[in-house]
Design a protein around this ligand. Structure first.
Ligand code: PEP
Length: 252
């Protein structure tokens, strides 16, 4: 199974610098290919420029979010229709920063429904517990709650032949330099797959991949590479440095 190395650029780069980084990564990956699927997530305003720059290249791109509804009166939103036209391959849904600052908890189910029912784009659903929840021993309960809520509007048959990607991102590990212990990552990934297969027992889902995200960098990614439960990585900070991101993309 091809693993995924995804770089979430968040709102760290403007259009000019997004284009420079995308172009650099694309050129290098076109010369020396990675065995992994490498995806970058620029901000909305850079998507068109980046899509043109990396067209037909090895690297793919995705969107950091999507509107919860189809075209209409939703000021400030970005439609699934536009993302399809840009040839976007992946969409992040429910990133913890969206949940924390933009009330996305209430929209995750509609966003996932919109993407799955109306496109072939692969959603990457982000879930994870806070430090307080972890301390209370509620990690698995939270993962189950978030998974059930996110998929609450979809039926088993909606997922037929779909690739589902879930990113396990403990909130306390995002951008903090703290990485979850490998034993905890293994347990969480196993639990996510178990909950998911119970939720959609008997469905003909093509593939379910579980990525880990949370302060992954060049110094720690090899600890995660050994784990067969980890189908890839979602990387924030370290994805902004071409050398570091490529090091991970080539060696994971
Ligand atoms: C993220 O934003 O999804 C993330 C994992 O960030 P970082 O790698 O910086 O912790």
């Amino acid at each position: 199974m091809k693993k995924i190395i995804a770089g979430n650029w968040k709102m760290n780069l403007d259009c000019k610098n997004s284009l420079i980084l995308a172009d650099k990564l694309n050129k290098i990956l076109n010369i020396k290919k990675s065995r992994n699927e490498v995806i970058i997530f620029p901000d909305f305003s850079s998507l068109f420029l980046v899509s043109q720059a990396i067209k037909d290249g090895q690297i793919k791109f995705g969107s950091q979010d999507v509107a919860h509804k189809g075209l209409g009166a939703y000021t400030g939103e970005v439609s699934l229709e536009s993302l399809k036209q840009l040839n976007c391959k992946y969409i992040l849904i429910g990133h913890s920063e969206r949940r924390q600052y933009f009330a996305d908890n209430d929209l995750v189910a509609d966003k996932l429904f919109n993407v799955i029912k109306n496109s072939k784009i692969k959603p990457i659903l982000c879930i994870g517990e806070s430090l307080a929840q972890r301390k209370k021993g509620e990690t698995f309960k939270i993962l189950e709650k978030q998974l059930k809520e996110a998929f609450s509007k979809l039926k088993t048959k909606d997922l037929e032949n779909r690739n589902i990607v879930i990113a396990y991102e403990p909130i306390w590990a995002i951008g903090t330099g703290l990485v979850a212990e490998v034993e905890d990552v293994v347990k969480a990934h196993k639990k996510i797959k178990e909950i998911f297969s119970k939720m959609f027992r008997g469905s003909k889902i093509k593939q379910v991949k579980v990525l880990y995200g949370g302060s992954v960098n060049v110094d720690n990614f090899l600890n995660l590479q050994k784990l067969q439960e980890v189908d890839g990585l979602l990387i924030g900070g370290a994805s902004l440095k071409a050398g570091d991101f490529l090091d991970i993309a080539y060696n994971f």
